[in-house]
Design a protein around this ligand. Structure first.
Ligand SMILES: [Zn+2]
Ligand SMILES: [Zn+2]
Ligand SMILES: [Zn+2]
Ligand SMILES: [Zn+2]
Ligand SMILES: [Zn+2]
Length: 713
């Protein structure tokens, strides 16, 4: 059983023995602060919840073993496995963060225990060797895999981190070949020259030296004879920007999206203009994201991208980064506190939800949270004072557009800042929760508080943190533990199997909180927007055309095509506390499989729309009817012409579906997007092939975002 659950069971057992009145007392409490305070006053909560560091540290010996495994696989030309082993070796090897990279130990001042911990990883010369050896070997396998830029990074890092002098000639020579392949001829030449200089320090005998120099000279001659024609650039997938320009109030949204608020729909988004399939409507960085433990072996702890050559934290062997920048940002923003507790956070039973709650608080920082609470108190006091104002006057105020005061997250300039204020005000359904559920979350908040306390979050030793400060932080944690289940969502990666569409799927890699997307859009089982990720950055595109003034919806993880209405409603009520009234729910649309079967049997034709006014033409699904008068505009409609047109569109769709499965996006995506627009105009939904087209479009978006190509074994 996970650590936290065992603790919780023990606490509950004690409570049952001592008093029966716990739950009724607890039920009376109305604020998170009171709940935490109550929990802390229970002796067993106070006594049992102790946390100790739990993390995988560095080990030179382990690193050597892993590297030797890697060498074996490299020898067998199993490059992917070799790369994995070298990655682990790089992570496990002790290294000196002071080399060209300083991190601040000053924050631990006055804490002798922390000091002692850090002295433990003083790096010895041998250890330094191990780190650089692992990097150097990894650079070889990266070179073999054609990843020259990554190979180059490793070579430079190895050279800076004490790679043995007598071996350096090999690295400089490899560096030359990397640069050459990257089209940086001049630098490549320089590296070959440096390599030749370094060979004098090698342990090769003079005969071997000579022949080695000769091979380098050959490469130099070759390079000078046929210089690289073009400078190739590193290819990173660029994050798209929103269509039609950035929204003034909501910087993550397109100007084509307008946020409104009313009684019936709550806060919701509508189209400020006609929107087309493929339009990018949201591009948003999350306030916080945490990589799931299962994915932490393969994804950057900071940006959530898949990494091929991991870079380590200087202290633990768990967190890995795609770049030095990500590592530095992570350390400064949160990892300093979490590093030595990562094992406990991952396997302690608090789940992704607990980790994310901890992260939100950790990232915001103690001082900011103190300030935040002060401002909030002042605001509440002011509001209470104003409550005495003339009722009529207040009513006229609330009719105005979005207002700073009653629209949390807007700053004084009327811009949605996506800061802690937005996070704090996300829906949390506190009132709907059962006392037992609330109590469990409260105890978890205390558990997370202890981790922060011992991890140095308060910048003073854990036992010196005042009760008041503990209460403040724990109530923020508790708030998030209630808010996250209805707001956090997964950051995903598309697992693409070329030519095998049935195996393609989305893999959950992290949980994240994107406030704009969450707070502003309502759910539909047939949503307008589809979300994809670039790292942890959310990109949402329209997957159906929307007319000006229509609502823009997104999907909270249940689609009408794959789940029955009953299943959907059950899930939405349980997790988000509402009853869905979208069109598929209201009209009980069939599942995708059933729609397509119906179409294939062809005993009923699809319902068509009027060419003139796009109203649905009743009776048009009858095979024997060829002409109808549109009830809305009175125009006569030839059904055969419409049916023929629909058939050509469907043919186009399936031709392109066949192309998309091979991974070819560029030529197929624009065609599919156009087909969907045309279908929208002539056929009434539900119509299975509309969804087929949409699926193919979604697959294209999957391929251009976070995507991991897998090969079918
Ligand atoms: Zn350190
Ligand atoms: Zn990264
Ligand atoms: Zn670490
Ligand atoms: Zn629905
Ligand atoms: Zn009409």
């Amino acid at each position: 059983m996970a650590y936290f659950q065992a603790l919780f069971d023990r606490i509950c057992g004690d409570l049952q023995r001592s008093t029966q009145e716990m739950s009724s007392d607890f039920l009376q409490l109305s604020t998170n602060q009171q709940r935490v305070s109550y929990a802390l006053s229970i002796p067993s909560v106070h006594d049992y919840i102790r946390v100790k560091p739990m993390f995988k540290g560095k080990s030179g010996m382990e690193a050597t073993k892993l590297r030797e495994f890697g060498n074996k696989m490299f020898g067998q030309k199993d490059y992917e496995s070799a790369l994995q082993m070298y990655n682990e070796s790089v992570l496990r090897a002790p290294f000196d963060p002071q080399v060209n990279h300083s991190h601040d130990h000053g924050d631990m001042n006055g804490n002798s225990q922390e000091r002692a911990q850090c002295d433990k990883h003083e790096v010895t010369a041998d250890d330094r060797n191990e780190f650089s050896l692992a990097l150097a070997n990894r650079s070889a396998v990266l070179f073999s895999l054609g990843k020259y830029d990554l190979s180059l990074n490793d070579i430079d890092l190895a050279l800076r981190h004490g790679y043995p002098e007598e071996l350096k000639y090999k690295l400089h020579e490899r560096k030359g070949r990397c640069l050459w392949n990257l089209g940086r001829d001049q630098e490549a030449l320089q590296s070959f020259v440096t390599a030749k200089e370094h060979v004098t320090k090698s342990q090769l005998n003079s005969k071997k030296r000579k022949s080695w120099k000769a091979t380098v000279d050959k490469q130099i001659a070759e390079l000078q004879r046929s210089p690289s024609s073009e400078t190739s650039t590193v290819s990173i997938t660029n994050i798209p920007s929103v269509s039609y320009g950035t929204n003034n109030t909501f910087p993550s949204l397109s100007t084509a999206v307008e946020i409104r608020q009313n009684e019936q729909r709550g806060r919701h988004a509508v189209a400020a203009q006609d929107i087309h399939v493929g339009d990018v409507l949201i591009v948003e960085r999350p306030y916080g994201s945490v990589v799931l433990p299962e994915q932490s072996d393969t994804h950057c702890d900071y940006c959530c991208r898949r990494v091929s050559a991991s870079l380590p934290c200087h202290q633990c062997s768990t967190a890995r980064y795609c770049s030095r920048e990500c590592g530095d940002l992570a350390w400064a923003q949160y990892h300093r506190v979490e590093c030595r507790y990562l094992g406990l956070i991952h396997s302690g039973g608090v789940g992704g939800m607990g980790h994310l709650a901890l992260r939100l608080v950790n990232k915001t920082g103690f001082r900011s949270l103190q300030d935040f609470d002060k401002v909030l108190e002042e605001k509440t006091a002011r509001k209470e004072k104003e409550a005495g104002k003339d009722a009529q006057e207040r009513k006229s105020e609330s009719n105005a557009d979005l207002q700073y005061e009653d629209f949390p997250g807007l700053n004084a300039e009327g811009v949605y800042t996506n800061d802690y204020n937005s996070v704090y005000h996300l829906e949390n359904h506190s009132a709907e929760r059962k006392p037992s559920d609330l109590f469990r979350r409260t105890v978890m908040a205390v558990f997370l508080l202890r981790i922060l306390q011992n991890g140095g979050f308060f910048q003073v030793p854990g036992e010196d943190v005042s009760e008041e400060d503990q209460l403040l932080i724990a109530s923020h944690l508790l708030r998030h533990l209630q808010m996250i289940p209805c707001n956090a969502h997964e950051v995903s990666e598309f697992e693409f199997y070329r030519g095998d569409p049935d195996r393609c799927r989305y893999l959950e890699v992290a949980s994240a909180l994107h406030c704009t997307m969450l707070g502003m859009f309502n759910h539909s089982c047939d949503p307008v927007i589809n979300r994809n990720f670039y790292g942890d950055v959310l990109v949402a595109r329209a997957i159906k055309p929307v007319g000006k003034g229509e609502e823009i919806t997104l999907n909270y993880s249940v689609l009408y095509t794959t789940q029955s209405r009953m299943e959907r409603q059950y899930k939405l009520a349980g997790q988000y506390f509402f009853k869905c009234s979208c069109q598929p729910c209201a009209e009980n649309w069939p599942l995708f499989y059933d729609m397509v079967q119906d179409l294939q049997r062809r005993n009923k034709l699809p319902k068509l729309k009027c060419r003139q006014c796009f109203s649905v033409l009743p009776g048009s699904e009858d095979k024997d009817v060829n002409k109808v008068k549109c009830a809305a505009c009175g125009e006569d409609q030839e059904l055969q012409a419409l049916r023929t047109e629909l058939d050509t569109i469907v043919d186009d769709v399936f031709t392109k579906v066949g192309v998309v499965v091979t991974g070819e996006v560029e030529s197929s995506l624009p065609v599919l997007e156009r087909c969907l627009e045309r279908m929208e105009k002539i056929v009434a939904r539900p119509y299975g092939y509309y969804d087929s087209c949409q699926e193919a479009i979604k697959q294209c978006y999957g391929i251009v975002g976070n995507c991991n190509e897998r090969t079918t074994p």
